[in-house]
Write a protein that binds this ligand. Structure first.
Ligand code: EPZ
Length: 415
């Protein structure tokens, strides 16, 4: 088991490029199952979740390679089952369901793994696919989906704008008969990126990234070339680290519009943020608390940025309040931050952060992906040495995190 060793207290200064978004590349890799021929995906992050997706693709009969941030997938699916071992590696494995069912009319899999952020049911995925004609049976924890008469376009109103369910329905609807309408669809930009790729492959999708998505089924899709959108959560992580170290950094390769709910939080903290084109400059001053941060579906403040921003606010002057509205168990980083000296009280959905003067290095463990990144943000700004264990969680979504922060002047290494 590897650890990150962080000697805190060094201002981050310099420039770094934000890579492609994990939550975009994973559904896009799954979507290649629907296509015939080769797809080339540029700006692909080299992270362990991408390798997990590649293992699923290889198991299904496709070939996949990843070199210098370009993934090449040759799609030729010859089976419809995903073994439990592969399903357990990450939550996004569930996105293969819509793609496999759409392509082969069958899919056998178990419940997915991924970050333990609460119950994370898949009822919205299943009920929507059933309305499109899928038949589901469950035996010993294995779910078997079939579409004996093919999938049919349907009018669906989601009870909650679930990101994964919206993606699964889009994937299932691409090759279905007729028109599918998704109302109360998730509006995350990663969904628009998935639709952009699929439309390049020949799909007919409109409205992705808005509340109503319409998909008209086509008879086949051809592989295509696409550049994965920037990772807005990695950008928020760098911004948080700049804030926690009192640094000044320039981020390139970002999409400023995707950060509309995040930038005002940093401005309220007292940071100076200036954007131009695909770059953003952030300079941290003395940090102030932020009155209230409510996590909600896009375009509101993202749950995925809650932990890293909390790490930065641990040393801000005054009291900051978080309300986590998406996941029931997404404050698992709090005990480790407290061990480092933070003053944070959690009650149900609410976390109250009383800013302290400084944090101190400690031995801590990552419990999930973004919670792990929050520990890195805290450690970079803390006094003394922090050793972070269980960093496989962090590697799921951050490409070579120690290198990126070292290049900005952080003292961080892997052992
Ligand atoms: C996606 O997860 C992201 N993962 C998550 O990012 C992100 O936190 C989340 O969306 C919310 O933005 C990927 O894109 C791969 P949801 P997903 O379905 O699709 C409930 C990260 O750190 N729900 O929108 O699993 C669910 O329990 C990760 O990068 C149901 O009740 O999220 C949760 O409370 C972690 N029934 C809420 O909806 C369902 O059938 C949001 O889940 C589906 C979801």
């Amino acid at each position: 088991m590897q650890s990150l060793i962080v000697d805190g207290g060094n201002r981050l200064v310099g420039e770094t490029r934000v890579g492609g978004a994990k939550n975009s590349v994973l559904p896009i890799l799954a979507s290649t199952v629907l296509t015939d021929g080769e797809s080339v995906l540029h700006n692909c992050p080299v992270i362990s979740d991408v390798y997990s997706a590649e293992r699923i693709l290889t198991h299904l009969g496709c070939s996949s390679s990843l070199e210098e941030n370009t993934a090449i997938v040759k799609s030729s699916v010859n089976r419809y089952d995903i073994p439990e071992k592969l399903m357990c590696e990450m939550r996004s494995s569930i996105i293969f369901l819509g793609a496999l069912l759409g392509k082969t009319g069958r899919c056998t899999l178990s419940l997915p793994g991924g970050c333990e952020l609460g119950a994370r049911p898949i009822d919205i995925h299943i009920n929507s696919l059933k309305k499109m004609g899928a038949v589901v049976t469950e035996k010993f924890g294995t779910l078997d989906f079939s579409a004996p008469k093919g999938l049919c376009g349907s009018k669906l109103i989601l009870p909650f704008p679930s990101v994964g369910a919206t993606e699964n329905i889009i994937l299932a609807a691409c090759l279905a008969n007729g028109e599918t309408q998704i109302k109360n669809a998730a509006r995350e930009p990663e969904i628009a990126d998935l639709a952009d790729f699929l439309n390049k492959c020949g799909a007919k999708i409109t409205g992705a990234g808005e509340g109503t998505v319409i998909i008209n089924g086509v008879s086949s899709l051809k592989g295509s070339e696409h550049t994965i959108m920037p990772d807005r959560i990695v950008a928020a992580t760098y911004m948080s680290a700049a804030a926690s170290t009192g640094g000044e950094i320039r981020l390139t390769g970002i999409c400023r519009n995707d950060l509309d709910s995040v930038v005002p939080v940093f401005e309220e903290m007292g940071c100076y943020v200036y954007s131009y084109g695909d770059s953003m400059f952030i300079k941290a001053n003395k940090l102030h608390s932020v009155k209230k941060i409510l996590t909600m579906p896009y375009p509101a403040f993202p749950t995925d940025a809650q932990a890293v921003v909390m790490a930065a606010l641990a040393c801000a002057e005054g009291t900051s309040v978080f309300v986590e509205n998406i996941f029931e168990n997404r404050y698992q980083h709090v005990p480790a931050l407290t061990k480092m000296g933070a003053d944070i009280k959690v009650e149900g959905k609410v976390a109250i952060v009383e800013g302290v003067k400084s944090l101190s290095g400690a031995n801590v463990y990552a419990t999930d992906l973004r919670g792990g990144a929050a520990l890195v943000v805290a450690a970079l700004g803390a006094e003394g040495r922090t050793v972070i264990g269980n960093i496989h969680h962090i590697d799921r979504g951050y490409e070579n995190i120690e290198k990126s922060f070292s290049l900005l002047g952080g003292k961080i290494s892997r052992k």
